[in-house]
Design a protein around this ligand. Structure first.
Ligand code: ADP
Ligand code: MG
Ligand code: MG
Length: 252
């Protein structure tokens, strides 16, 4: 589904990703862990198509297409969801309205019919039920005054509505509280399916107490230095990232 080969990325002229390879199959959840500054968010941003990132080498294929030459909107329409895609607060814009516009933009780009408000509400009710969420966030402005946990719940709700094939979640290093972590984990677990893959980027092991990944990768200094099963996350928890320092491959 997602095949990254020997990816080299520069930010502001500095090498950040230095030959990263990753192969993500449908149905799988892969976790990317790593110390601060390793390039985790850079990986998320390059997959999102954010500006300011320069690919100097390597390829990224999503379902056989060159992801790197698609615009962010085209990536979304192709089924790539990036959790930080709509992090902004949009005061005065009703969240329900916003979500319908986002979904319909994607449907239109795929040549599908747009949903009218009745059809959309039906879908909203279904998704709220799947996620055991209340509709309270829907009637507010987009992310307006949302707490960290509410933003996360809203993000997961976007994910449920947009039904992506590949969801990339960058949990950033800025301490999510336990409610926010659980909101993310519950959402991921409820939305796991054989044809959907997740790339969960996290600095902390604790998220993986709630999400059981199929594969854990450790990203250090722009490369994946170790991959393994869920037990790898526990080893990191026990020994810290220092433990992997000597495994960082020399510059090639
Ligand atoms: P992580 O998410 O693993 O903590 P990042 O991908 O955010 O790491 O950052 C990796 C490195 O790239 C860091 O050294 C960071 O300072 C640098 N970096 C990231 N974004 C920029 C930018 N816009 N300009 C300059 N340096 C950047
Ligand atoms: Mg960081
Ligand atoms: Mg980061």
């Amino acid at each position: 589904m997602l095949k990254i080969e020997n990816l080299h990325v520069q930010v502001a002229g500095k090498d950040i990703l230095k030959g990263l390879s990753l192969d993500l199959q449908p149905g799988q959840v892969h976790a990317i862990m790593g110390p601060n500054g390793a390039g985790k968010s850079t990986l998320g941003n390059i997959l999102a198509g954010r500006e300011g990132y320069e690919v100097s080498e390597g390829t990224v294929e999503f379902e056989g297409r060159n992801l790197l030459e698609l615009e962010p909107e085209e990536r979304a329409a192709a089924g790539v969801f990036l959790a930080f895609q709509y992090p902004v607060e949009i005061a005065g814009v009703n969240n329900t309205y916003f979500l319908r516009a986002a979904l319909n933009a994607q449907r239109k780009a795929r040549g599908e019919t747009e949903l009218d408000s009745m059809q959309f509400l039906k879908l909203v009710r279904e998704k709220l039920a799947v996620l055991h969420l209340k509709d309270e966030l829907l009637h507010r402005g987009v992310n307006e005054g949302f707490s960290g946990g509410e933003k996360k719940r809203n993000e997961i709700f976007q994910l449920a509505l947009l039904e992506p094939k590949l969801a990339i979640l960058d949990e950033t290093d800025s301490g999510l509280d336990i409610d926010a972590l659980k909101a993310v984990a519950d959402g991921v677990n409820a939305l796991r399916s054989p044809d959907r893959a997740f790339l969960v980027i996290t600095h902390y092991q604790r998220l993986l107490d709630y999400i059981k990944p199929d594969v854990v990768h450790v990203l250090a200094d722009g490369r994946i230095v170790e991959s393994g099963g869920p037990e790898l996350a526990l080893e990191l928890e026990a020994h810290g990232y220092e433990w992997l320092k000597d495994r960082v491959a020399p510059e090639s």
